[in-house]
Design a protein. Structure first.
Lengths: 598, 318
């Protein structure tokens, strides 16, 4: 095992192993989680414990390879058919089948074989160390040893000592014959299971003859009706698969349950679409919103500020914050770099480089020089490489800088937007990064102003806005990189008044000369400002947000897209995505941007 | 007497009928013409070359029945070398042209140039490669067909039709094709643009143009056994090296599947494996030769995955 694997984080290991797994099994849907305390194979997910003194990276490889081989070479139906009538030796049958697909799948690959062998050796040791062993342990031991030798190309002779141990004089002959048979049937699960059943029956005879008849019948016919039963059995049988660590997989620890919940939530990146009915309602209410839009006002806007990030914080601190950001999200950054590179390649491949010929100026077109010599009336001909105008686009990323984003969400948002800006810049697409929050928690100077001026009724928005420019469209992303550190500054993130921020961002975007304008909003909640809401209707800010969105979607050429972190933004925006885990943000954003440009 | 008959008289274009099964070791047996005499444009025969059944058949059909054959395949699968080797064995002159975006119309058709005649400078029309090949028994191969400039591609369009005549406007001449003139093209995409994101610089091909190709053959990656055989023959491996080559091919196959599943973005082509095997022969160090041949050009963030593939195939950690 190489040392550098030790230093890696679980997520990174699981990503790598998962990639290999998907490849080996040729099944794209497999997942690996490193978070449980036992090895748990559940449909398409493999849960692994993290690396420890008893479970090292080699074990991890073994478990993950075994899972991949199972998905590739194992047919659950055949197994369940067998189990239905042989429930007394269920574990043994599952065990033998596992040995089969492991050996069969691993055989062609030296490395996989090695990983599986390590796994088997560990099992042998574990059984040897046991103080009390029963017949089942003996069986596991013998077969593990048998398959281990088989994987090295050795078949047991009749006088093999392990063989003698498990059999008696009467059945040793038959047992040996069957062993030879199963070792030649590795590729055929049906034949193998038939013979392995026979072998097991030598050791664990069946009680009643009745059962046996049924059993034979089942083998011969393979009735369709049984499939229903099989499915019921399926999950159970998977759980009881023996593992080298001798851990009972049936245990449902709270942790396991939690993990499963999480993964199911992760799978549900719901694209929220507004139904027709909703749209109609929206249309009907446009008018009323318009009015409301006029009603919406600020008590005073003299204390609002639009400020560049570097003016809010001195450069030294910014650099320290940026460093902090990079350190804390080291792993995430690696992941996202991969996405960024992929996007870059995709975008690059869409660009066609070409030359224009027969120009009055540019690079001399040497292939046409003969023209002038043949006829001096011909003028010199020049060529020029056509400038790539990629889509002629500006993308504005508007990030909610409210208090609820503090911690991981804001860090991930910062890194993702930074990476997107850098990637798109390479493809000559302009990117603007903006943020919005308020200057104070409790209304700030605007509220003071209102108090001093006689507390008029319906004062409107009652807080000092703070709109931050992290990166303007014309700024180089290398220069603005450090600005994003600001998001980590203590006490920066406060309230969020989305409506006005959206207006601001879209008005900036509208002034851009590029013909295509895209505005992506990242937010984690409805607009909130306690100060404003305490003196206005409780949906005052929300209504303004809705009307703003409608006016942008209806009346401007800006493409508006929203990403909600743990918050359903579909109720406001017509193009919206809701994610539940902030770590998905990178994947979603790159995905969306790719579809926007390709 | 037609032109061909006249030429046949000179023994220049005398052909034998040979069996494709015997000559190329492929399953299908058809009789194909083989020129008796070689000329300077015939490619050299690579004795160890392993022919892929389908691709070889497509090329042979093209040669025998005068069909336009378009070969599509991922990089490094041996599209062009297939055509070359088939031609080499049939003593068929074969010329490869790289259709990069700087190849222009006059390069193909020809241009006026200055020559000395009786100590005087005179301009004379010099035929480009197309009119010349058009009038000779040449198999013309356009490599990287999808990288060509759209306007240039229309020049080729005329000769794509089997009995199409080529009109040279500059010279007011109409040329008829030589009966043994053939056209092939190779490309990484099928002319629908790059969908995988790894072939930068490819264009979509006009469908009117694509329509004129009689046979479109695909040559993607080969069977594992076949690939092992190709690589081992190429580097003259002994049995010990053959085991390593098997692992190399396994690793390459893993990387290809990984690419299909979008886990990695660079695939190991057969060419990569051959280079790896060659470098191994020089360095005698399997890990180092892999780094030098392949890993160093991979995306930093994906190297871990390749390393795991390597472990699976070789049982060694890198």
């Amino acid at each position: 095992m190489s040392n550098n694997n030790l230093s890696k984080l679980p997520k990174q290991i699981s990503n790598t192993l998962n990639s290999v797994n998907k490849t080996l099994s040729e099944n794209k849907n497999l997942k690996i989680n490193i978070n449980s305390n036992i090895i748990l194979e559940k449909e398409e997910t493999l849960n692994l414990p993290s690396i420890s003194s008893i479970f090292n990276f080699d074990d991890m490889r073994g478990a993950s390879d075994s899972f991949a081989l199972k998905k590739r070479h194992h047919n659950e139906k055949i197994l369940n058919q067998l189990l239905a009538y042989n429930s007394d030796i269920k574990e043994e049958l599952i065990f033998l089948e596992k040995m089969r697909y492991e050996l069969y799948g691993a055989n062609p690959y030296i490395g996989i074989k090695k990983n599986i062998q390590i796994k088997w050796l560990k099992r042998l040791k574990a059984i040897e160390l046991k103080k009390q062993t029963d017949t089942r342990d003996l069986l596991f031991f013998t077969f593990t040893k048998f398959f281990l030798d088989l994987s090295e190309g050795l078949t047991w002779k009749k006088n093999n000592k392990y063989l003698k141990k498990i059999t008696n004089k009467e059945n040793i002959q038959e047992f040996h014959e069957l062993l030879i048979k199963i070792s030649s049937d590795l590729s055929d699960q049906k034949k193998f299971s038939h013979n392995s059943l026979n072998i097991l029956r030598l050791l664990f005879p069946k009680n009643s003859e009745d059962n046996e008849q049924q059993d034979d019948k089942n083998k011969e016919e393979g009735n369709d009706n049984e499939e229903v039963k099989e499915h019921q059995n399926q999950e159970e049988s998977q759980k009881t698969a023996p593992e080298e660590q001798e851990i009972n997989d049936d245990v449902h620890t709270p942790e396991n349950d939690l993990d499963n919940d999480q993964s199911s939530v992760q799978g549900e990146e719901v694209d929220v679409e507004i139904t027709d009915q909703q749209v109609n309602e929206n249309y009907e209410s446009i008018e009323s919103y318009k009015n409301l839009n006029q009603n919406y006002k600020a008590a005073t806007s003299q204390y609002d500020e639009i400020i560049e990030a570097q003016k809010l914080c001195d450069l030294e601190e910014l650099m320290a914050l940026r460093k902090q950001l990079d350190e804390k999200c080291d792993l995430y950054q690696k992941q996202i770099t991969r996405l960024a590179n992929k996007l870059y390649r995709k975008l690059q491949s869409k660009q066609n480089r070409s030359w224009s010929f027969d120009l009055e100026e540019g690079i001399l077109d040497t292939s046409k020089l003969t023209r002038i010599i043949t006829n001096s009336n011909n003028s010199l001909s020049y060529k020029k490489e056509k400038e790539i105008k990629f889509e002629d686009t500006t993308v504005t990323l508007l990030i909610d800088n409210s208090g609820s984003m503090r911690g991981k969400p804001i860090m991930i948002a910062a890194l993702t937007t930074d990476m997107i800006a850098a990637t798109l810049e390479k493809c000559k697409i302009k990117v603007e990064i903006l943020g919005f929050t308020t200057k104070a928690w409790k209304g700030g100077k605007t509220r003071e102003h209102w108090l001093n001026n006689g507390k008029l009724k319906n004062p409107g928005r009652l807080n000092d806005l703070r709109h931050i420019i992290y990166k303007s469209a014309d700024q180089n992303s290398k220069k603005s990189k450090v600005n994003l550190g600001l998001m980590l500054k203590e006490g920066l993130l406060k309230e969020n008044i989305d409506g006005e921020a959206l207006l601001w961002a879209s008005s900036r975007l509208a002034k851009r000369p590029e013909s295509r304008k895209i505005l992506i909003v990242i937010s984690d909640g409805a607009p909130v400002d306690d100060s404003t809401l305490s003196v206005n209707n409780s949906n005052y800010l929300e209504k303004h947000l809705k009307s703003t969105i409608l006016s942008i979607e209806e009346r401007s050429n800006i493409e508006l897209l929203a990403i909600g972190i743990g918050h359903n933004v579909g109720q406001y925006y017509s193009k919206a995505i809701t994610i539940h885990d902030v770590e998905e943000l990178g994947g979603i954003m790159f995905d969306k941007i790719e579809t926007l440009f390709t | 007497m037609t032109k061909v008959e006249a030429l046949k008289k000179d023994n220049l274009f005398e052909t034998n009928e040979v069996s494709s099964k015997e000559l190329f070791g492929i399953k299908t047996d058809i009789k194909v013409p083989q020129f008796v005499n070689k000329n300077e444009y015939c490619p050299l025969v690579d004795e160890n070359y392993v022919f892929d059944d389908e691709t070889t058949l497509a090329i042979l059909l093209g040669l025998k029945f005068n069909k336009r054959v378009f070969l599509q395949g991922l990089h490094g699968t041996g599209k062009s070398s297939h055509i070359e080797q088939v031609c080499a064995r049939l003593n068929w002159p074969c010329i490869r042209i790289n259709l990069d975006s700087h190849v222009s119309r006059i390069d193909l058709i020809g241009k006026d140039s200055i020559v000395l005649k009786d100590n005087k400078q005179v301009t004379e029309f010099q035929e480009g490669i197309l009119p010349w090949a058009f009038q000779n028994n040449v198999a013309l191969v356009f490599d990287e067909y999808d990288a060509g400039r759209p306007d240039v591609m229309f020049v080729i369009q005329r000769v794509l039709e089997t009995d199409g005549k080529l009109t040279l406007l500059d010279q007011s001449k109409v040329l008829s094709p030589h009966p043994y003139f053939r056209i092939f093209a190779t490309a990484n995409t099928v002319g629908l643009g790059d969908t995988s994101g790894i072939y930068h610089g490819t264009n979509q091909i006009n469908q009117g143009q694509m329509d004129r190709w009689n046979i479109i053959a695909k040559l993607n990656y080969l069977e594992q056994e076949q690939e092992i055989e190709i690589v081992s023959k190429k580097i003259n491996s002994n049995s010990e090296e053959k085991k390593l080559i098997k692992s190399m091919v396994q690793m390459a196959n893993l990387s290809r599947k990984g690419f299909e599943q979008k886990d990695v973005s660079i695939v190991m082509s057969p060419r990569t494996i051959i280079m790896w095997a060659e470098n191994y022969k020089i360095l005698n160090d399997i890990k180092k030769s892999l780094s030098l041949t392949f890993l160093n050009k991979c995306d930093e963030s994906e190297i871990d995955i390749y390393k795991e593939y390597f472990q699976r195939a070789f049982g060694l950690d890198i």
